[in-house]
Write a protein that binds this ligand. Sequence first.
Ligand code: ADP
Ligand code: MG
Length: 338
Amino acid sequence: MARDIGIDLGTANILVYLKGKGIVIREPSVVAVNRHTGDVLAVGAPAKKMLGRTPASIISVRPIRDGVIADYDMAEKLIRYVLKKAQSAAGVGKSNIIISVPSGVTEVEYMAVEQAAEKAGAKKHPILFEEPVLAAIGAGIDLKESSGSMIVDIGGGTAEVAVLSAGGVVLCKSIRAAGDALDEAIISYVKRERSLLIGDLTAEEIKCTIGAAYPKPQEEYMEVKGRDLKTGLPKNIKITSSEVGEAIAEPVNTIVAAIKESLEETPPELAADVMDKGITLTGGGALLSGFDRRIKIETGIPVNVAENALDCVALGAGKCLEDAALRRLIYKNRNMGV
Ligand code: ADP
Ligand code: MG
C-alpha cells in the first residue's frame, strides 16, 4: 500500500506531507522552462534563483501566483514534478491525495486544480480541502469543538482571514494583499524615494531581514544592490527599517483592515470565543516582525503566531491523513467548488 499524500499548493511554496513520515518536500512554487520547447529546466529553489535573471530563451514563473492557478500549463508542470517525487517516496500503489485550495474557490478553479493533479499523474482522484481549515489544524486548533476561532493565513499571493467553528468555515475573506504585495511595495518605494531599481528577490530579502509591521525599538540597516535609475549603473545603498516600514504600510494596513472587518462580521458568540482564545497567525507573512503586536494593538485581541507558521497547511493536511474521524468532519463541512 502506498502512503497517502497531502499537498499544500501555495502561491509561494509547495509542501508535501507523507502519511506516517511528515513533510518530505518543501520547495518554492516556481518553474523554469525553455521558452521554445516548453521543456522543464528547473523546479523549486533552483528555478526561484532564476527569477528575474533568465536569458531570453528561458522563462521562470510562479504559476499559482495570483489566485488559484494563474498559468495552467506551468502549474501542471509544477504539480507533475512534485507528485512524481511524492509518489515515488510514497511507494507502489495508489495514494489518496489531499490538496489545499483557498476557501471559497469557484467551481472552475476547483476543477482546474483537480484536473491539473490528474493530468500531472495523480493515480487517484484528489480530495480538495480548504486552506484556512488545514492551517488551523496544523496550528494546533481543535476543530472538533464548536467554539469559534480566527485564523489569519498570510501567504505569498493571498491572505485569508477565516472564522472557524465545528470543523467548518463560518466566514472567510481572501485578499490579494500578502507577501508579494509587500515585496512590490518595497520595490516601488526604493524606486520612488531612492531612484534605485531592485528585483523581486532583493525586495523579499529586505522584507524578511529588516521589514516590520510595528516599529522596531532600534533602527536597523541593510545594504542593498540595484540599478541607479539616473546613471543606469549598478549601485549600493543603505536602507533603514523605518523606510521599509513606511514602504509596506499600505499593504500591511489592508491586511489589518480585513481582520477588523471580519471581526465585525463575526456572530457575537463566536466573537466572544475569539476574544478568549485570541487570533492565530499562520503562513510566511506571519513571520514579518511585529505583525502580531500590530494586530493585537489594533484589535485589542491577543494574537499568537503559530509554531512552524510556514508548515501549518501541510501539517494540517497531514493530521487529516492520520485521523480518519477528523478527515470526515472536515470533508463534510467543506464549502467550496459549488
Ligand atoms: P503560500 O502559502 O502562498 O505559498 P507561504 O505561507 O509559504 O505562502 O509564505 C510565503 C511568504 O512569506 C512569502 O511572501 C515570503 O516572502 C514570506 N515570508 C517568509 N518568511 C518571512 C519573514 N521572516 N518575514 C516576512 N515575510 C516572510
Ligand atoms: Mg499557504
